[in-house]
Design a binder for this molecule. Structure first.
Ligand SMILES: *[C@@H]1O[C@H](CO)[C@@H](O)[C@H](O)[C@H]1NC(C)=O
Ligand SMILES: *[C@@H]1O[C@H](CO)[C@@H](O)[C@H](O)[C@H]1NC(C)=O
Length: 192
């Protein structure tokens, strides 16, 4: 190729780049649905959404990805961190990826959760929480994070939060949308 041709090609390429940058769609806004087939979990936004000691990632969700039947979270609890005492009318399965902690499970059949049953949880343990049973997951370790993979059915989730185990079920406070769904709630449309 002659030199002048090369120059021409370069100028055209620069122009094309400039023009395309004028028209390109701005970086996907925070609340636009991510339609990628394969997502790198390290690049999915994480946050504590006002919960001390929690790092939440929606791996696949109703609001973020248009999921209809299941939703998946990755939760990392700092030492001592815990979920609120809460219940929801969906199935929930946990897989412990890291750390140790406790599952506290109250009753849905009496007026209030009552003294919860305690279960130790550890790496590679899995448990599911029966529909509507009040529960709480805690990191009991002083040094290590507790990391759990959480699968829930029927998203987006409607959660009822208790102040303590003696609070009557009817007094538990509805939290809907849930903390991490708030930001993009308006862009969410239930298409079912
Ligand atoms: C996933 O994202 C992390 C953080 O940006 C990056 O270090 C890693 O290389 C990515 N993995 C792949 C396979 O792209
Ligand atoms: C969890 O259990 C599976 C099945 O036994 C095993 O292959 C895997 O290595 C275990 N993972 C950890 C982190 O212990």
């Amino acid at each position: 190729m002659r030199n002048s041709d090369t120059m021409c090609t370069q100028i055209v390429l620069h122009l094309l780049f400039f023009v395309s940058s004028l028209f390109s769609i701005p970086a996907a806004s925070l609340c636009s649905k991510d339609g990628s087939v394969v997502r790198n979990i390290s690049e999915i936004p994480s946050g504590n959404y006002g919960r001390d000691g929690l790092s939440h990632i929606t791996v696949a969700g109703a609001v973020a990805h248009g999921m209809k039947e299941v939703e998946i979270w990755l939760h990392t609890f700092a030492p001592g961190a815990r979920t609120p005492i809460h219940r929801h009318s969906c199935e929930e399965v946990f897989v412990v990826l890291k750390g140790t902690g406790k599952l506290l499970l109250g009753s849905s059949s009496s007026n209030s959760p009552g003294t919860p049953q305690e279960f130790k949880i550890h790496v590679n343990s899995t448990f599911s929480v029966p529909i509507n049973d009040p529960h709480q997951v805690l990191n009991t370790d002083e040094h290590e994070d507790l990391q759990v993979f959480v699968i829930i059915s029927r998203p987006p989730i409607k959660s009822f939060i208790y102040e303590d185990w003696s609070m009557p079920h009817v007094a538990a406070k509805l939290k809907y949308p849930i903390f991490w769904d708030e930001e993009c709630w308006d862009s969410h449309k239930d298409e079912l």
